[in-house]
Design a protein around this ligand. Sequence first.
Ligand code: S3P
Length: 426
Amino acid sequence: MNQQFEKINSLNGEIFLAGDKSISHRAVMFASMAKGESIIYNCSESEDVYSTIKCFKELGCEFELNNNTIKIIGKGFKNFNKPQNFLDAGNSGTTTRLISGILAAQNFESTIVGDDSLSKRPMKRIVEPLRLMGANIEPSEHGTLPLKIFPSFNLKPIEYTLKVASAQVKSALLLLALHLEEESVIIDPFNTRNHTEKMLNLKVEETSEGNKIFCSKKNYPKSFEINVPSDISSAAFFIVAALITKNSEILIRNISINPTRIGVIKILKEMGGDIEILNQKEECGEEVGDILVKSSRLKNIEIPKEIIPNIIDEIPILSVAGIFAEGDFIIKNAEELRVKESDRIKSLCENFKKVGLEVIENSDGFILSGELKNNYAEFDSYGDHRIAMTFAILSSMLGKGGVVNGFDCVKISNPKFMEQLKSLHF
Ligand code: S3P
């Protein structure tokens, strides 16, 4: 579907977004693993989280969905049903990589498949360390899906330092570790998102090598209720839109402000963004707050290497803030962008060229400079939800608007994006 956008002059009002996608995936997984009934309030409405739900239905868990409230009857320790079909993770890297750790501990064979984009994404990053724990796991000859997982009789704990800055890899290892009596220790030198650790209440020590996370069967989840805070990554699109349009003021309620996720707020504030976090509190172990954003004059800053893992999903929309800011927008040390739902370095660079910007593409990032020369453009989503929403916002800033081709992929993270954007301008 090709979506047309008209110029937006200003954004005003209040919005409430659905639950954070990363937290919702984990809530569905932990509730499915626990024995008995759990309830998730304000669950993400994303297609990705439905992919996780579908996989656990196939494994015998029961789900009752009522708007954003989900009741789950979980199966308990190593009690999943053997799946009768392939487990279809759709477009979701988080589903694939996290569920692999759980499946590696089961006494049955399973196969994970996914759509074209997911089938190209690298899986060796989980296969190699899971094998060090004794997992019997086989990717395709290209190190991708389909991923076949067989029972293993010699699983063992691990002490392992992450080689890639990936919360998905870290979580896959922790989820397998939950099935072992002896403790595993995973060291995360990159400070990647820590929802798995927080939600499972794992012991974490900050050391000079990174965060040392301890995990064993004693941390296996029990049934629970959770109210999922709203998604900061979805909020980022509206935050940037409000900053770069004149006379804007928006309030986004009850957002997850977990320190490993708010890199985007930190960078935008350093760029001169008028952003305030109000009503800060803790809910179900995660920090939440309301985010108030006002139009601002922005200037580009140097984005430090260490913060890249904390802004990895927000770099696309941050780059739109960057082209409306004084100076060049420079991203480096972000090679991980090449293996997301699309090659995001390429998707961004190709699209930015369409508005006449000077674009330099590097292996680990890109540089944007010059002026917006065109007042209308037709952008491509590359089937990637965050690219689609990024260029929806840029289209809305152009004098004569723009079009985003293949826009339906926004449902992967936020199916209500259009109505939320419309509710903020009239
Ligand atoms: C996620 C981790 C990140 C992020 C993804 C969600 C998670 O991926 O990009 O959208 O929920 O753990 P990586 O672990 O590949 O960096």
